[in-house]
Ligand binder design. Structure first.
Ligand SMILES: [Zn+2]
Length: 288
């Protein structure tokens, strides 16, 4: 078993602070992202064993356990080096990443997973729906076609809804929350902060950007999927909510003084998404 004894007190030097790491990552030719998505930040400590190591706006979580590390999501394709560097900045070793979990297989969250899997030797965990999209590198997306392709990634392990994965003393539970993609996944586990237990929830996007909602021939049960996921998310164990896009749950990772200006509960997140979804659905129905 690989040891984490290299994790030293040095890692606490950067605890609970975040700072910009300078120049933004370069834009891709095929898919231009908003600047905040590409603004690198130093690791931001979220709880005793969780750090945000992605960009100012795209979440990539590093979770430390006594038996190794877990990475959840990777952000855009050009984030792979930043991710690996940020693991080292924390005094940890990329080869100690045992698992990579992810939310959904779009370019802005799964973009660097193939490269990170290769560099770390970690087991990439997905589900059947998302693994198919990962394997195609995002090609043939139900709503976006081939406009957001990235390097294909091979999933090493497929999970079922409600399945748990244990590493060290931490137990991670996957909750299927389809809608934004048919394979969307949310993850819950427990950590501590300020000496108290903290139920962590990393909940997938619940948005439908530009989607045809009703009677979508590529996704006939889209409306039912979203509605069941709103209910599902509302009921998750959730003391601290994080989402693939920081602002979705009131985070602002690049703001060292106030990285979480508008904390949100899972119920608030689901309510907000549901309101937007139903309004969008009503508008589409009125104009169709
Ligand atoms: Zn997406």
């Amino acid at each position: 078993m690989r040891s984490l004894c290299r994790v030293t007190a040095g890692l606490f030097l950067s605890a609970f602070t975040s700072l910009s790491l300078g120049a933004p990552l370069t834009q891709l030719k095929a898919y231009e992202a908003p600047p905040a998505w590409l603004t690198p930040i130093a690791p931001l400590r979220i709880s005793d064993n969780v750090w945000q190591i992605g960009t100012a706006s795209l979440t990539s979580l590093l979770v430390r356990t006594p038996d190794g590390l877990v990475l959840i999501d990777g952000g855009m394709p050009q984030q792979s080096t930043l991710t690996l560097d940020n693991i080292r900045r924390l005094g940890m070793n990329p080869s100690d990443v045992r698992y990579i979990f992810h939310s959904h297989a779009h370019i802005d969250h799964a973009g660097p997973l193939a490269a990170i899997r290769e560099a770390t030797g970690a087991t990439l965990v997905s589900n059947a729906e998302s693994a198919a999209l990962l394997q195609r590198g995002g090609a043939g997306d139900l709503h976006f076609g081939d406009r957001m392709n990235y390097r294909p990634a091979h999933a090493d392990r497929l999970v079922q809804d409600g399945e748990t994965i244990e590493l060290g003393a931490m137990i991670f539970t996957v909750h299927f929350t389809p809608g934004h993609t048919p394979g969307s996944m949310s993850w819950t586990w427990s950590d501590t902060r300020d000496g108290k237990p903290l139920r962590m929830a990393y909940v997938d996007s619940l948005s439908a950007p530009g989607y045809k909602l009703a009677q979508n021939p590529r996704y006939p049960k889209l409306v039912e999927a979203f509605r069941s996921s709103f209910a599902r998310v509302r009921a998750l164990p959730c003391d601290l909510l994080l989402t693939p896009h920081a602002e979705g749950s009131g985070w602002d990772y690049g703001n060292a003084a106030a990285p979480h200006p508008k904390p949100m509960s899972c119920a608030d997140y689901a309510d907000d998404a549901e309101r937007k979804f139903e309004q969008n659905l009503a508008e589409q129905s009125a104009t169709s």
